[in-house]
Design a protein around this ligand. Structure first.
Ligand code: NCD
Length: 317
């Protein structure tokens, strides 16, 4: 694999992009590049994680992220167990720590955790002996999503530094947006946040990004346009007048994209709501849309994260 692969990864857990240096991020992206090639071969399996146990603990529903982590673990040879836990009707703090202690007693080597509360994954990580990967916690962070987005951009554009990236839609409720803002600014991209003031409060400029409430201004000369879903499950009250009105003003159409660069790349983490934040014909255009690339890069990035976080264990064995 790449030259950087020999460098040790200095973190025990992957809880967010926040604690990662530029070098840590590049290390994971370089490692993931090698796994993209492996995943395109008919024989995709390595024995790197043989004997290790990975538990995917999802307190919030997920299709693509959970499947992606499951494939990543299996392709590296780990034993992978999926657990979906419903938190309704139980006191969340108690359940979380009880579950953590119970699983810890089974000696897993990696726990991948998704939870509806911001900070829940970090809390759990303090109570277990194994490596923990944050698969998304509330509106806080979703580090593997930001890494897979960065890998997609780097492979399609050849670089990240200096690119104009417009992240559009429901920023305030989005862990994907937060992790992407941290990662992309750390790698030298110019990030713009675009959406209505209810979903993109001007105070977000404190992250070192531009804030726009008008799509034409926000998308002008953009290299990358990243669309986000309206996260109604995290909204308390009304944030948009109606989905029809929202689509008219903020939905991504060919017409709105005209002001972006001619080679603009359209991205979306999924799940997509066609006709709400994005027009289906834009999402399906194989030249402009990188949405399926993102899914492919997701497996490779998660393999890289599993590889990096288990090196210590494997070297000690
Ligand atoms: C995102 C998530 O769960 O945060 N989805 C994903 O992981 N692919 C975004 C979303 O739910 O809209």
């Amino acid at each position: 694999m790449s030259d950087g692969a020999a460098r040790p990864f200095p973190h025990r857990h992957l809880l967010g992009i926040e604690p990662l240096s530029r070098e840590d991020i590049l290390f994971l992206l370089d490692l993931a590049d090698g796994y993209v090639e492996l995943n395109r071969r008919p024989e995709k399996k390595l024995g790197l994680l043989r004997g290790l146990t990975q538990i995917n603990l999802f307190f919030e529903s997920s299709t693509r992220t959970r499947t992606s982590f499951e494939l990543a673990g299996k392709r590296l040879g780990a034993d992978v167990v999926n657990m979906s836990v419903s938190t309704s009707a139980i006191k969340k703090g108690e359940t979380l720590l009880d579950t953590a202690m119970t699983l810890n007693a089974m000696h897993p080597d990696v726990l991948v955790v998704r939870h509806a509360d911001s900070g829940a994954v970090a809390l759990l990580a303090r109570h277990v002996a194994c490596a923990v990967i944050n698969g998304g916690d509330g509106r806080h962070e979703h580090p593997t999503q930001a890494l897979l987005d960065a890998l997609t951009i780097r492979r399609r554009k050849g670089r990240i530094e200096g690119l104009i990236v417009a992240i559009c839609g429901d920023i305030v409720h989005s862990r994907v947006a937060r992790s992407n803002i941290l990662l992309l600014t750390r790698l030298g991209a110019r990030v713009r946040l675009v959406g209505p003031p209810t979903l993109v409060p001007p105070a977000l400029a404190a992250y070192g990004v531009e804030v726009h409430h008008d799509m034409r201004r926000g998308l002008r000369d953009a290299d990358i346009v990243m669309m986000l879903r309206l996260q109604t499950e995290r909204m308390r009250g009304s944030f948009v007048p109606s989905t029809r009105e929202y689509f008219r003003r903020y939905g991504l159409t060919w017409e709105k994209l005209e002001v972006a660069r001619p080679d603009v790349l359209v991205m979306h983490p999924g799940p997509m709501n066609r006709g709400v934040e994005i027009d289906g014909v834009v999402a399906d255009d194989i030249h402009r849309s990188a949405i399926l690339d993102q899914v492919e890069m997701g497996v490779a990035v998660r393999m890289a994260c599993l590889d990096a976080l288990t090196r210590r264990l494997r070297e000690a064995a």
